[in-house]
Design a protein. Structure first.
Length: 618
């Protein structure tokens, strides 16, 4: 018998038993049919993939491919996750360190609206949280501290199954004795992060896979301060999920939750103006794409309220579409994702667009492209580190005070800018779950196109307010006869050139990532790009220094320090990728030296990528 004619492997009895047990309680007809077909065909490989373990709940929540079984995203997995989260919230003390919430109501008397608004302003200025009821209402509508169950706010994007996962989460929450509200429609994740604080909720759930491929979905958890969870909350919630018994034992209610109206979106839109300076120029002409996601309506309205010219939409990508038909990956960083935006800008050339802006599908990230006549497209995509520095410069120029922060994989430039302006600077592990918790935060960013320019409103990355801030900066520079590129040049001369790049390897087999990390740990390079490695740190051991003289919590990553460069290697937390973050620093005495310095830095970055790939076996 030849290898080609060998019989396919047959599922063992244990695997079949697990699959049939799962099938018996799967509430979704679609995934039940999928799993029944695999069982009937005896597809051992596909069954083993789905039943080799369970999706692991971590600080990023859950994220994975849609399909049947515990290793896929589906309604059964979400019901268990929601039940575990509900159990955690029921046991958790309500005092989580978040500022106290003051709810302000009013009647319809003369001056009541003014008095209520003034009260809210004072409370926020004092470091408390404040929410205004939407209109004059009876006094009994005001909540009281009577032990009422905590509120969970649930938002979603427009991906396949997102509506089902959101509704199932609401049914579990009210079944567990909590209160639940659904956002009114698919909305950007920053609206959910805002709503948690705005409504005084104890937690929030965002059903989204952000910029992952169309076959994925996810489940992201926030606590009452409006930030994503960090350890030990992730382990505590995971333990509660693991303790969930049969699905039939989870109390589910068909009613009892509320679907909010547009007032929460209105409140978010009102807040977006906080990132703009009253009377600032608003002339920048924008081409915009939401990449088939949920950002278009909110971006369009926020720009209109701010007084900017209406963004020119990339029409083929303007409406939410869970299949993301025009892109290979719905991530503005991926090759080809911005091509339609460049084509739209070319057609809009008579209107002289100043910028191209893009959000990822859940609109918590913002990409920026600037005109560049040297490129075939006529446009150049800025790195996240470049946008991060531009926004920091904009805020410092406006006189914003407080702590500026970036993740360890981001450029060190913002730290130098903050120091020069006399402002504190902090460095954290990757992710806004860490950045959002920095004390006295004024601004935070990370290189993966995430920016927080209004931490008082959204304690997370927000691609919409970031887009507004970039448009304002471009407008101010335009009024001075300058561009974003000019400002980047000025920053390089003032603080030194900080050139960054990334080696990102997407894999199908996760063992490739583990193998690369193991090889680097076992045989760390003594030299990269012809430069000696001065320091090699295994961040998993904990105790590594941050930029402010503190220490970082343990994380699966490696940091290599060279005289004029830095390399960090880590597995992605949300995608099957190994990511290597590179930075090269060079002094620049004058603008005349910039071109040569950039060419030299590009060469060093290319050699770093080549040597690192060879050492890691990639």
């Amino acid at each position: 018998m030849t290898a080609d004619s060998a019989p396919a492997p047959v599922p063992d009895a244990g695997l079949l038993h697990r699959a049939r047990t799962w099938l018996a309680e799967d509430p979704d007809p679609q995934t039940r049919a999928e799993l029944a077909g695999l069982i009937d065909r005896g597809d051992a490989g596909a069954l083993a993939e789905r039943f080799s373990g369970t999706l692991q709940f971590g600080t990023a929540g859950l994220r994975g491919e849609l399909g049947a079984g515990p290793m896929r995203m589906n309604r059964a997995v979400v019901l268990r996750a929601a039940a575990g989260l509900a159990a955690y919230l029921r046991k958790r003390p309500t005092d989580d360190g978040a500022p106290g919430l003051v709810v302000i109501g009013r009647d319809a008397r003369h001056k009541s609206a003014d008095f209520a608004r003034d009260t809210a302003a004072v409370m926020v200025g004092a470091g408390l949280r404040a929410v205004l009821l939407p209109r004059p209402l009876p006094t009994p509508v005001l909540p009281t501290d009577d032990g009422a169950p905590g509120l969970v706010v649930i938002g979603r994007d427009a991906r396949h199954k997102s509506a089902d996962f959101a509704r199932d989460t609401a049914a579990v929450m009210v079944g567990a004795g909590l209160r639940a509200v659904l956002l009114p429609r698919p909305l950007p994740t920053p609206v959910l992060a805002f709503a948690i604080r705005h409504l005084g909720a104890v937690a929030g759930v965002a059903v989204t896979a952000s910029h992952n491929p169309p076959q994925d979905n996810g489940y992201k958890v926030y606590l009452g301060e409006g930030s994503q969870i960090v350890p030990p909350a992730d382990a505590d919630i995971a333990a509660e999920i693991a303790a969930v018994g049969p699905l039939a034992d989870i109390p589910l209610l068909d009613t009892g939750w509320e679907t909010l109206g547009e007032e929460v979106v209105e409140a978010y839109l009102d807040r977006t103006s906080a990132v703009l300076t009253p009377g600032s120029p608003r002339t920048a002409r924008i081409v915009y794409t939401p990449l088939h996601g949920v950002g278009a309506a909110v971006v369009r309205e926020s720009f209109a309220r701010a007084g900017f010219p209406a963004p020119v939409m990339v029409e083929a990508q303007a409406a939410p579409d869970p299949d993301f038909p025009t892109v290979a990956f719905p991530n503005p960083e991926e090759p080809g994702a911005m091509d339609l935006a460049y084509e739209t800008a070319a057609r809009a050339a008579l209107d002289s667009p100043d910028l191209i802006l893009a959000n990822d599908p859940d609109a918590d990230r913002c990409a920026v492209a600037v005109p560049d006549g040297r490129r075939d497209s006529g446009w150049r995509m800025l790195h996240g580190d470049q946008v991060g520095a531009l926004l920091a410069a904009h805020l410092l120029r406006k006189g914003v005070t407080g702590t500026f922060a970036a993740s360890i994989v981001s450029s060190s430039l913002v730290g130098k800018m903050a120091a020069a302006a006399g402002q504190p600077y902090r460095e954290t592990l990757t992710g806004f779950k860490w950045l959002a918790r920095v004390d006295g935060l004024a601004y935070a960013y990370e290189e993966a196109l995430g920016y927080c320019v209004d931490p008082g409103g959204v304690r997370d990355k927000d691609g919409i307010t970031a887009a507004l801030a970039v448009a304002e900066l471009a407008s101010e520079l335009k009024a001075e006869g300058r561009t974003l590129t000019d400002l980047l040049d000025e920053l390089a001369v003032r603080h030194g050139l900080h050139a960054t790049d990334q080696l990102s390897v997407r894999v199908k087999d996760l063992s490739v990532i583990a193998g690369a990390m193991r090889r680097l740990r076992e045989r760390p390079p003594a030299e990269l790009a012809g430069r000696p490695v001065l320091r090699f740190e295994d961040l998993a051991l904990g105790g590594a220094d941050d930029a402010a003289g503190g220490t970082l919590p343990p994380t699966d990553g490696l940091r290599l320090t060279l005289d004029d460069a830095r390399v960090i290697v880590r597995p992605s937390g949300t995608e099957p990728k190994l990511k290597c973050y590179l930075e090269v620093r060079m002094p620049v005495a004058s603008a005349a030296e910039l071109s040569a310095a950039r060419s030299e830095a590009t060469g060093v970055l290319d050699r770093l990528k080549r040597d690192l790939a060879r050492t890691a076996g990639l």
